[in-house]
Structure formats: structure tokens, C-alpha cells
Design a protein around this ligand. Structure first.
Ligand code: HEC
Length: 291
């Protein structure tokens, strides 16, 4: 009884703990949890959100960040944004892909094709760092899986049951919306910016999202398909980054469910088989095992 009380006390204490002031050194704000179409065991991507996210990435991020694990053809494949092959070919052709050597031994550049990868806008990491105040913008292909934050007790226990797996995307969405003026007592060197969600709080990436900066109005239409706000841009581009990090997420969840169904049916069959085989033991006239 005493133990249970103690445990319950610890639980309540952990819940009541403040989520942390952002300003102390080494601390950062915990990202708020968001609703994602792809969370939970039956989650799927919202195709239109992925297409909008692609648009945001292309206009607001691709001048600094690459997606080197994404080939252009992936953008037309099932389970992703599912653009048409024609659309993707036209997009790929905007890239200058280094290739060669040609017959005379020269390296050359050619327009991108479906089989090429979405390369970094910089030739190499040094150039990327030099253009960004000494910090190279990281490749974002798998960033949604690479970043996480500590959920702490008791959430890491409840997360096992709720299958919470969206730390990475909750962090990226909060990070993209989180740029603000630094506190008065904080010194920030040129080329650095304040973001309380970033571990360390001072980051070499500037704020890139502004309300209305990216048009969500399709050609010929007179209304945007989604709100043109920082909130929406951040969410859409983050969903897109979840897809680049796990392009087979939908397939994985579908197969997982089918396997669970199969195991349940199979367990039932095994149960009845066992009953049938062992049921005769001990009945009159039934064979008995002898030592
Ligand atoms: C002007 C160049 C520039 C643009 C544009 C830009 N970034 Fe960045 N980004 C950077 C740099 C530089 C860093 C590395 C920051 C550091 O290490 O301090 C970074 C880091 C990041 C990180 C990693 C943060 C972490 O926890 O390490 C994410 C995620 C990110 N950017 C997402 C985006 C997204 C999404 C967009 C588009 C909406 C974008 N960035 C646009 C320059 C840029």
C-alpha cells in the first residue's frame, strides 16, 4: 500500500513539474504536441499536405538545405506527395547535376532527371558553412527521425501504449515557428538567431517563414487551399519532411496491422487444434501416455 502511494505521489509530482523556463543556459522549451495525420497505428499521409509541404520546402528551404536521400522519382511514387511524372520531370530539370567525365575527360553539368537525387544547393560542406556564418545547413532527408526531445516521466511510459512516435516532427514544427527576439540579457553574435526550442537556443539559421509569403492558391483559382500562415507552412513542410524520412510509413503501418490480424486468427486456430489433439486424453478408452 505504502509503495503504491509513493508511486502515485511521484506520478503527480512529475505531472506538476513546470516544463522549464527557456532562458537558463542549456535548457530549451519543450515542443507542444501536434495532431498529425500519420500518427497512430492507422496513420496515413495527407497527400495534399505533402504537396503543400513540398512547395514550402522548395521555396523557403531548398536554397540552403538538400534532401540527398530523396530521388526526384520518389516524388511521383505511391505513398508520397504523388505528383505526376511530368510534373516531377519538369522540376528535376531545374537542377544542374554535376556529371562526367565526358569523352574528353571534362566534368560537366546537365539538367536533373527522375533518377537523380535532390542534391544540396552547395557544392560541398565548406561552401555551405562559408555561406551561413560558419555552420553548414544539414541535409534534411532524415531529420524528422534524427531529432527528438526528452518527454520525461511519466510520458515515456504512456508513450509505449499510445505509440507516440512524433517527437521529431513536433520538434521541427515548433523550431520553425519558434524564432523570436532574444531576451534582453542575451548576447547574440551576428549571423546567429534566438530560438527557444533549439537546444542551446542560439542557432545559425534565420527565420524563413512569414505569413503570406508562399502562395497556396492554385493557378486559376481565387482562394488558397489552406491558410497562408506560418503555423500552416511549418506544419506542412514538417509533414513533408516526415515523408522524406520515412517514405514507406503507410506501407509499414498497413503491414503491421495485417500481421496483427493474422497472428490473432492463427492463435485461435492453434487453440482449437490443441484442444482437438489433447482433448482425448483421459477419456474412457482413449490411449494414455505411460512413462
Ligand atoms: C539561409 C539558409 C537557410 C534556410 C533558407 C533554411 N535553413 Fe534550416 N538551417 C540553416 C542552418 C545554417 C542550420 C544549422 C544551424 C546551426 O547548426 O546552428 C539549419 C538547421 C536546420 C534544422 C536543424 C535544427 C537542429 O535541431 O539541428 C532544421 C530542422 C532546419 N534547418 C529546417 C529548415 C526548414 C524546414 C527550412 C525551410 C522552411 C529551412 N531550414 C530553411 C540554414 C537555413
Amino acid at each position: 500500500m505504502k509503495k503504491t502511494l509513493l508511486l502515485a505521489g511521484a506520478f503527480v509530482a512529475a505531472l506538476a513539474m513546470p516544463s522549464g523556463a527557456a532562458h537558463a543556459a542549456g535548457e530549451y522549451l519543450k515542443p507542444p504536441l501536434q495532431d498529425w495525420s500519420f500518427s497512430g497505428p492507422f496513420g496515413t499521409f495527407d497527400r495534399e499536405q505533402l504537396q503543400r509541404g513540398f512547395l514550402v520546402f522548395r521555396q523557403a528551404c531548398s536554397s540552403c538545405h538538400g534532401l540527398e536521400y530523396v530521388s526526384f522519382r520518389n516524388l511521383a511514387e505511391a505513398g508520397g506527395p504523388e505528383f505526376s511524372t511530368g510534373q516531377v520531370e519538369a522540376f528535376a530539370a531545374e537542377f544542374r547535376i554535376p556529371d562526367g567525365p565526358d569523352a574528353s575527360g571534362e566534368m560537366f553539368e546537365r539538367p536533373g532527371e527522375l533518377s537523380d537525387r535532390w542534391i544540396s544547393p552547395f557544392r560541398n560542406e565548406r561552401e555551405a558553412a562559408a555561406a551561413n556564418g560558419g555552420k553548414a545547413p544539414p541535409d534534411l532527408s532524415v531529420m524528422a527521425k534524427a531529432r527528438t526531445f526528452e518527454r520525461g516521466f511519466p510520458w515515456f511510459i504512456t508513450d509505449m501504449f499510445t505509440q507516440y512516435n512524433e517527437n521529431g516532427v513536433d520538434y521541427i514544427a515548433a523550431f520553425l515557428k519558434g524564432f523570436e527576439e532574444p531576451p534582453a540579457d542575451m548576447e547574440i553574435a551576428a549571423g546567429n538567431y534566438y530560438n527557444p526550442y533549439y537546444p542551446g537556443q542560439i542557432v545559425a539559421m534565420p527565420n524563413v517563414l512569414f505569413d503570406g509569403a508562399i502562395s497556396y492558391t492554385p493557378e486559376g483559382a481565387n482562394r488558397p487551399v489552406a491558410p497562408e500562415t506560418v503555423e500552416q507552412y511549418a506544419k506542412d513542410v514538417t509533414a513533408f519532411l516526415m515523408w522524406t524520412a520515412e517514405p514507406h510509413l503507410e506501407q509499414r503501418k498497413r503491414i503491421g496491422f495485417q500481421v496483427m490480424l493474422f497472428l490473432i486468427v492463427f492463435a485461435g486456430l492453434l487453440y482449437f487444434t490443441k484442444k482437438k489433439i489433447w482433448g482425448r486424453l483421459g477419456e474412457d478408452g482413449a490411449p494414455e501416455f505411460r512413462a
